[in-house]
Ligand binder design. Sequence first.
Ligand SMILES: Nc1nc2c(ncn2[C@@H]2O[C@H](COP(=O)(O)OP(=O)(O)O)[C@@H](O)[C@H]2O)c(=O)[nH]1
Ligand SMILES: [Mg+2]
Length: 364
Amino acid sequence: MAIGIFGLPRTGKTSIFNAVTRGHADTATFRTSGAQPNIGVAKVPDIRLDKLAELSKPKKLTAAEVEYIDIPASPDAMAKGIGGEFLNVLQRCDALIVVCRSFENTAVAHVEDTIDPYRDAESLEMELMFSDLALLERREHRIGTQLRSAKVSERDALAKEQIIIAKIKEQLEAEVPVREQNLSAEAAPLLENFQLLSGKPLMVVFNIDEESVERTTEIEAEMAARIDKPQVSTVALCGKLEMELAGMDPEEELEFRESLGVGEPSLDRMIRVSYDLLGLISFLTTGPDETRAWTIRKGISAVDAAAKIHSDIQRGFIRAEIVGYEDLIRAGSIAEARKEGTFRTEGKSYTMQDGDVVNFLFNV
Ligand SMILES: Nc1nc2c(ncn2[C@@H]2O[C@H](COP(=O)(O)OP(=O)(O)O)[C@@H](O)[C@H]2O)c(=O)[nH]1
Ligand SMILES: [Mg+2]
């Protein structure tokens, strides 16, 4: 599972990538061509791990992770359409982040004459839709050829595909991204195949000025109101500043953040929103050795979650002892939670919830 960062040239994509992954990829004032995608991993900030660690005093804390891919824009991104040579990288991503430039910086040229992140967010969403339309047209064309030589038994499936494609195209032409289209369950396997870009969950990130950081909450409220669409999240942060902060040691960073007077670091929020957009949740384990967050997809069962830790635990699964994180903290200990009845056993088919603190019982 990976989330792709894309956008116009010089909007701060690589700066933001470096901030979330604490990496050191090249940021560039001028150069944009010849760049390759950067791949990195961010730790998902999770206060619950620290709280659990207070209870079980483990030797080690292990956070969940999110993979980011920083996808360079071609210099003439707008003219050539989205992705260009990196279209296949975008298609492989499970969710997308579009970075829109909101910072003024005369040393860094913008591809447009003016700074307008709402305009850019809109036009990049259009680019996603154009890319999908082009893909669907190519597929339609191919179906046309296939139909000429298709066996009777194959005709049905191809004809159905044609109908579904026509429906998706019609809505795309009316500027409705795939993620907002109410498509039938029949369309699901096709969508899986096509990997349409406007069907992927999206996060719109405004890269704001250093001077605007203190107005982050205000800017984010406006974004949430103006970009209010299903499966689209919004975050504002200053990429350059966040990249510098990520390069500091933790105490220095904390001090600096406090002096800036911002609440929850936007960067932490961005990472958590990424995790959520990818459809991921964490279950937690804790003990004297390790307190750890394990990544699973929303909706999976206890026995499948067990496989995350070890395939033996899945194979020899007996039952799971589970308490919700909030219940455990309120009770103060496993023993108290057991008395209150919030600590209970669940079977194989139990649907895991975010924040479940789990102990799997198994034999092999
Ligand atoms: N003033 C200012 N400059 C920024 C900010 N974010 C990025 N830049 C500058 O913009 C240029 C392009 O940044 P980069 O991250 O390489 O953008 P990319 O082309 O989208 O990957 C670099 O010179 C950055 O230092 C920001 O928030 N404020
Ligand atoms: Mg870059």
